[in-house]
Design a protein around this ligand. Sequence first.
Ligand SMILES: C[S@@+](CC[C@H](N)C(=O)[O-])C[C@H]1O[C@@H](n2cnc3c(N)ncnc32)[C@H](O)[C@@H]1O
Length: 250
Amino acid sequence: MTNSDEKTTHFGYRTVAEDEKAGLVHGVFSSVASKYDVMNDAMSMGIHRLWKDAMMDWLAPRPGQSLLDVAGGTGDIAFRFLARAPEARALVLDMTESMLVAGRQRAEAGKLGDKLDWVVGDAMALPFPDASFDVYTISFGIRNVTRIPDALSEAFRVLRPGGRLMVLEFSQLPNDGLQKLYDLYSFNVIPKMGKLITGDADSYQYLVESIRKFPDQERFAEMIRAAGFDNVKYRNLSMGIAALHSGWKL
Ligand SMILES: C[S@@+](CC[C@H](N)C(=O)[O-])C[C@H]1O[C@@H](n2cnc3c(N)ncnc32)[C@H](O)[C@@H]1O
C-alpha cells in the first residue's frame, strides 16, 4: 500500500513506493547471490555468456582504459574486459555486498590482483568524482534501478569526455507471436527453475516481470540521449530477447 502523495514505481508487476524498491531488489539478489552464476547458465542455457561476449566485441576494450561496471554483481563483465585489455583497470560496483563477495571468490578474481576493485554503492549516486572513467558498463542491472534517468545521468557525470556507455539488458521481441512464446517459457519455466536451484521462486518471478516492464529498444535509446549521450545506437541479441545500447560522452 502507498500514500497517494508518495512517488511510486514498479517492482515487477507490483506498484511500490520509490523508497521501498531498492530494499526489495537488494532482498532478491541477497537471496540468490551464492547460486546466481549457476542459475544464469541454467535459465539462459549458457546464452548470457554469448551476449556478454558480444558486449565486449562491440566495446573493444583497449589497453590502459579504466572501466566502471555498475550493478556488476559477480564480475562477469569486468573479468571479460580485463581479459581483452590486460593493462586496463576495472571497478565493480554493486549495491548487494553478497553478490560482490561471490564475485571475489571466483577463480578469475584471484589472478587479477590490483587491476580489479569491488565497491558497494548505488548506481543513482556513484561515489566517484566527475570524469573518472573511460568506460561505463551495466549488464542486466539497469532495469532493477529505481530511477533509471538518475543512473544514466550519473553514468554521464563519471565518464571522461570521449568516454563510452554500454548497457546490456533484456529487451522486447519484434512481434507478438515470438513474444508470446518467450513469455510462455519465461513465466512458466524460470520461476520453477529458480525454486529448484536457489530455493526461491519469488525472486525469479520478479526477474521475468521486471523484464516485461523494461522499456523497448527505441524508448531506452531515447532515455540515454536524454541523459546527454551522443551517437546512441543499439543492437538486438537473440532477436531482441536482449539488446546492447551504446552511447558516447562527446
Ligand atoms: C541481474 S544482476 C547482474 C549482475 C551482472 N552485471 C551480470 O550481468 O551478471 C543485477 C545486479 O544489479 C544490482 N543492483 C540493482 N540495483 C542497483 C543499484 N541501484 N545500484 C547498484 N547495483 C544495483 C543487484 O544488486 C544485482 O547484483
